[in-house]
Design a protein. Sequence first.
Lengths: 245, 75
Amino acid sequence: MTKQKGDKTGSILWICANLHQAVKKSLPTFTLDRGFEFSNAAIRGERQCLLQSVWIASLLRELKVDAGIAMVWKNDKGQVSNMGHVCAVAALPNGQRVVVDCSDPQPFIEHRGLFMSVEGAGYRFVEPSYKHGIMVSAKDLKTDKVISSDRLKTLDESYVRSQFSFYRGERAPGGFMGKPPTKAGLAASEKLFRLSMGQNPNNPLSTWLLSLTLGKQGKLQEAKVFKDQARNLYEKFGWIPPSLK
Amino acid sequence: MQAKLGLFILLVPTIGFTKPIPSFSSPAFRQLVEESYGHTGQKGSWQSFSDQMNKRLKTATIRLGQMFLQLLEKI
């Protein structure tokens, strides 16, 4: 990457690329089971997608670069998931955006589906368009309108906090992901998904997994209530995952 | 060069994460970290987190200091 004095966009891209490597090297162990805990990052050098994205965004903010995180629902290869990944997004001086992903060997990646905020509209599922790795616009799936990238905002504090609780619930020992799940584990998952929803009632993923956890516990009536609630949230934000259709 | 060295010395405590990182406003980030220690039950605090992460970054990227020096020139 070439840099010229006074080229702020080039400088920010250069900072992002260097921090991408620094974060990967400083937290060498990727683990889905424990990598979302900052305590494990510090003590064991562990990371996963949410933590590494929050961490790199926090470092960028330390350097006065506007940055945050977005959920990924369609990756760069077009594979769709129910927000199964998280990335960092940094703002460039001209309002364009760049996606920084420490799960990829390259610093910049063109994820094709993100969950972010749209200025004046709130949370939205969007399909970004890129030019040479830089996000220039995105289609708001709720309205089908193409919006300029400067209207895309990263997820807010309450969403970030609720997403940490979500991963704790998802990965609770013997819980939602437990093989096999245990009664105590599922109860722990339920509690953490409810905590996540308390921190941000508009987190569709927490709502959906609470429904699935309640289902595993045999609480079918309540599971149906939260399934409907989750579906409504996804619909409100512009995209419904195949598993909820 | 002397000026650069001075800047580096000034930068170490600033960029060295000895203060809360103003990501999502500093109290919020600090809260995320403290909640993590609370949830895992591991011994630690914001201060120990800052120290350990700072050490990790410095160990992993020796040229980090140089990087921030260059950064100042570019931004």
